[in-house]
Design a protein around this ligand. Sequence first.
Ligand code: PLP
Length: 398
Amino acid sequence: MRLSSAVKSLKPSATIAAAAKAKELKATGVHVHEFTLGEPDFPTPAHICDAAKAAMDAGHTHYTAATGIPELKKAICAAYKRDYGLHYEPAQVIVTNGAKHAIHNVLASMCGPGDEVIIPTPYWVSYSALVELTGATPVLVPTSQESGFCLSPEQFEEAITDRTRLLMLNNPCNPTGMAYPVGTLEALARVAVERNIPVLSDEIYEKLIYGDTQFRSFASFGEDVKALTITVSGVSKAYAMTGWRIGWTIAPNDLTKGMSNLQSQQTSNPCSISQYAAVAALDGPQACITEMVAEFAKRRDYVVKRLRAMPDLSFADPSGAFYAFFDVTKYFGRTWPGGKVPKNSTEFCDLLLSEGHVATVSGDDFGAPGYVRLSFATSIKTLEAGLNALEEFLRKAK
Ligand code: PLP
């Protein structure tokens, strides 16, 4: 079949491809230490599953309003009021098939050929692909470990042209595990207002924050900022609900109207049963989040301690999400038994998988050559064995 040129240039999601490679090796009988996945390993809390069962029993198994049930829109608005003091009308909310679909809705509704979208790197793998699908151009702005992988207000200013349609921010960030300091975020918000640039703030990891780090929702810096902010989030990461596929956008009314038309033509409503489950997640007890975050924090501390003790790795302690992101450039050009010499992160990760049986994702896929992403959304026991294997692998480099 003849593919469209837009789809022809699409690559599969790199994280999914890395997980598939690990699975292939596993199928040959090898025990693989799996650190590619970006999803909580906890079960979805019981009260949320019960709400889904009750929804089925009550017959909520048909189409709903294309942009989501009123109960869920109300619960989303109540959660932003409760958690961030932000007031939104349910009419500003669109419930989507996960946060990824929410991002697609925004980009497809706002961007087209000739437009530019500013994306700080490292970035989540799907950002540039989804921008390119619209015909717009991703403008990649590199950030560094020294600056906590944060876009500076100066960099933001410099990247703006008369074609800029949007800034895409991810806070806390996948793959870096970094959360923006409140001051930097506010300074970025001021630039957005001065230059009238809308901001897509992807806050899917908003609840996964460690230590003294403070999370601030981008829209909360004032009414002028809120008027330019499209917040994207969902239940996937906070409530261990990746499979339920519920995300959302909260946006100004005109954009919401456009996205609502798009969604009504393209997908109709997200799963009715999942929507009722999401109401229970947002309206129900929030202790499940506290418990999961406490466990993630223990894992994060363990991973940081172990990686610190390994020679020639460099990284910043993750302050959010569940990823460690480390620089492996000191291993490039070194020789492993068997004569393999990795020259970049992709070759390093391939060798780490084939020789060390540790599955990670190359920074090349996140616009961060020289880095490797390790997900700590797995048990301490699994982390311990995998980090032992990583340590042993690194020791073999001559
Ligand atoms: N945004 C970021 C930064 C992510 O890491 C992910 C998932 O990994 C998503 C969005 C998509 O989330 P969902 O599973 O709700 O589509």
